[in-house]
Design a protein around this ligand. Sequence first.
Ligand code: SF4
Length: 346
Amino acid sequence: MIPVSSSSVQFPAQKSHMNRSWQQLFSESVLSPEQLIERLQLPPESLSDLISGNRLFQLRVPEPYLNRIIPGDITDPLLLQVMPQIAETIATSGYVTDPLQEKSNNPVPGLIHKYKSRILLITSGACAVNCRYCFRRHFDYQDNALSKERIQQVQDYIQQDTHINEVILSGGDPLATSDLRLKQLLNSLEQVTHLKRVRIHTRFPVVIPQRITDDLIEILTASRLKVVWVFHINHPQEIDPLLTEATKKLIQAGMPVLNQSVLLKKVNDSANILAALSESLFDAGIQPYYLHAFDLVQGASHFNVTDEQAIRIWQALQKELPGFLLPRLVREIPGRSSKTILNTDI
Ligand code: SF4
């Protein structure tokens, strides 16, 4: 196997984003195909493909993430995650707009209840980066916006079900919302005495590490609810010194940091890359947790890795890693009471 590790990745010189606030970096993100081509020196002939894909799901990439993409390399695994493609416009049989059937588990707008002990909140409809393979790329965020009144409805819903002990803040990305709103939400959740934990599912610290501020840490550590982070990192090239620094702050503040990845064709569909990812995550203080089999969302069929391929890759990965660095290979199957661990014995 050829070793791949984040330490062997040469990041371009850090640009002016170093001293900018996360709000500035978010608002200055690259949002158009023309900007992406210019910033990353991509072949001009790719413009029409980018424009086609972009019509269905808008491109968004902030500078700290762009800075980790190798300019001019159309096969860069980070670029492939964010670059619109003409393949997105092709309707593929078996691919749907709501692959996890979340609409049928949506008792209160903004709240998804699939599993007995936890509920998920669509805390924000925005993300720091728009990932082309996102299983919520067709999600109706407008109808699920968490207004002040709805936060009260959410509180009431959790209050009447004592099985729920954990709330997952998701989206979109929960960190796209302001500190003040997060604080108000936490204050509301804290009123429910049977709640123990808040889990934050986010890609923000990965793509804009500046989002992890002392103020945010203060708000989270002041809560009586235990906070657990679940990052979303798919490739070792996504781990840079700024992310490592941000992670260190969270861990020092007493908050565990886990990672979930999605298995994606041409991005990370090899045991070699996934082994390097687990090693780099651990070096950064992040615990590998889940490796998700790809969800069949319409517009993203070019990322699909079949379950059989996924299992073969995972088996090869198992030979490379100690057990504590091996993520669980899972698929979410609508209607089941937990995630399904794929049968790795075939
Ligand atoms: S950050 Fe998460 S929710 Fe947002 S587009 Fe990417 S995968 Fe989807």
